[in-house]
Design a protein around this ligand. Structure first.
Ligand code: TRP
Length: 328
C-alpha cells in the first residue's frame, strides 16, 4: 500500500503567492505524483486559536476549499475535508493532551512567537495547538507530512506522542516524518527583509489579485539603485526576491533568470514579472471565481471528503478507546 500523507492549511484569510508556493503547489505536485494516499484538510479548529470573527469563519473555510480545488487538488485523487467536520480530531487531541508534558509545549517556538503577537489572547488552545496537530496526523496513520520548517518542532512532538502512547497502551500509531520540499522564501515586495504577509498587503501578491493590482504592486517593489540585473541575495535582497519569484514560476534558476535580463532595466523586469504572475494564476482565478459563484458544489465535495475521513479516523478512535480502557 502507498504511504498515507496528511497536511492542512488554516483558513485565516486570503492566500498569497508565498502560501501557494510553500503549500498548495506542493500539495498538488504530491497528489499528482501518485506516490501517496493524500489527505488534505482545512484546519479550521486550529484557526480558532487566533482572534477571529464568527461571521467570517465559514466563509473563510469555503474560500480555502475553493483555493484547494482551483489549485488542482482533486477529490477523486485525494481525501479533501474540513477538520471540524471530523469529530475524532478533537477527541484524539484530548486524549493526547493527557500524555503531553507541559514542558514540551512550553518549548514550542511558535507558541512563544504567537504569545508575543497576541498578548491579550494567550489561550489554552494556542498552547495545545501542537497536540491537535498530532491528532490530525496520527488519526490517519500518516507516514509523510509535508510542512514548512516552522512546523518541524510540532512534528517532532507528534513522533514523541506516538512513541509515548504506543509504549503506554500498546502499538497503535505510526511515527510520521516531515517532508521538506525546497520552496522559495517569498519576501515582501515592500520590505525584502520580511516574509511576504497579508498583514502588509502592499507588499503581498494575493492569488486572487487581478492583473492590474499585480502590476501596481510589482512596479512599486523595493529594489536598489544599481544599474544592472544580477542575482545577489545578500547585497540586493529586493531584486533577488523578484528573480526568485520569477524562478519559482518558470523553473529556471535565479541566476539564469538574471542572465536572461542582462542588459535590461528594472522596469522591464518588473513588467515581465507582473505579466508572468498574472498569466500563471489566470486559470486559478477563473476556476475559483466559478466555484465561489455556486459554493454548494464545493461544500458538497468537502462534506463527502469529511465523511470518508471520519470513517478512517473513527476506526482509529475506536482502537484508541479500546487501548486506553475507555471502551470494552
Ligand atoms: N500547523 C500547520 C500550519 O500552520 C497547519 C496544520 C494543522 C497541519 N494540522 C496539521 C499541517 C497537520 C500538517 C499536518 O502550517
Amino acid at each position: 500500500m502507498k504511504p498515507v500523507l496528511v497536511s492542512g492549511v488554516q483558513p485565516t484569510g486570503k492566500l498569497h503567492i508565498g502560501n501557494y508556493l510553500g503549500a498548495l503547489k506542493n500539495f498538488t505536485d504530491l497528489q499528482d505524483s501518485g506516490d501517496y494516499r493524500c489527505h488534505f484538510f482545512i484546519a479550521d479548529l486550529h484557526s480558532m486559536t487566533e482572534p477571529f470573527d464568527p461571521k467570517e469563519k465559514r466563509r473563510q473555510v469555503i474560500e480555502l476549499c475553493a483555493d484547494y480545488l482551483a489549485a488542482g487538488l482533486d477529490p477523486s485523487q485525494s481525501v479533501l475535508f474540513v477538520q471540524s467536520e471530523v469529530p475524532a480530531h478533537s477527541e484524539l487531541a484530548w486524549i493526547l493532551n493527557t500524555i503531553t508534558p507541559m514542558g514540551e509545549l512550553q518549548r514550542m517556538t511558535q507558541f512563544k512567537d504567537k504569545s508575543l503577537r497576541q498578548e491579550e489572547n494567550i489561550n489554552a488552545g494556542l498552547f495545545a495547538y501542537p497536540v491537535l496537530m498530532a491528532a490530525d496526523i496520527l488519526l490517519y496513520g500518516a507516514r509523510t507530512v509535508p510542512v514548512g520548517d516552522d512546523q518541524l518542532q510540532h512534528l517532532e512532538l507528534t513522533r514523541t506522542l506516538a512513541r509515548k502512547f504506543n509504549a503506554k497502551f500498546g502499538k497503535t500509531f505510526i511515527e510520521p516524518k516531515g517532508l521538506l520540499t525546497k520552496t522559495p522564501r517569498v519576501m515582501s515586495l515592500k520590505d525584502p527583509s520580511k516574509k511576504m504577509s497579508k498583514s502588509q498587503p502592499e507588499g503581498c501578491i494575493f492569488l486572487d489579485d487581478e492583473p492590474d493590482a499585480i502590476k501596481a504592486k510589482v512596479s512599486r517593489a523595493v529594489t536598489d539603485s544599481e544599474a544592472t540585473i544580477a542575482y545577489d541575495p545578500e547585497r540586493r535582497p529586493g531584486l533577488a526576491n523578484l528573480l526568485e519569484i520569477y524562478s519559482a514560476l518558470t523553473h529556471l534558476e535565479p541566476n539564469a533568470v538574471a542572465a536572461e535580463f542582462a542588459g535590461e532595466n528594472y522596469a522591464e523586469l518588473k513588467r515581465k514579472l507582473a505579466a508572468l504572475v498574472a498569466e500563471h494564476f489566470a486559470e486559478f482565478r477563473a476556476k475559483k471565481r466559478k466555484l465561489l459563484a455556486s459554493p454548494a458544489s464545493t461544500e458538497r465535495i468537502f462534506a463527502e471528503g469529511s465523511k470518508a475521513a471520519a470513517k478512517t479516523a473513527g476506526a482509529t478512535m475506536a482502537e484508541v478507546k479500546k487501548r486506553t480502557g475507555l471502551s470494552g
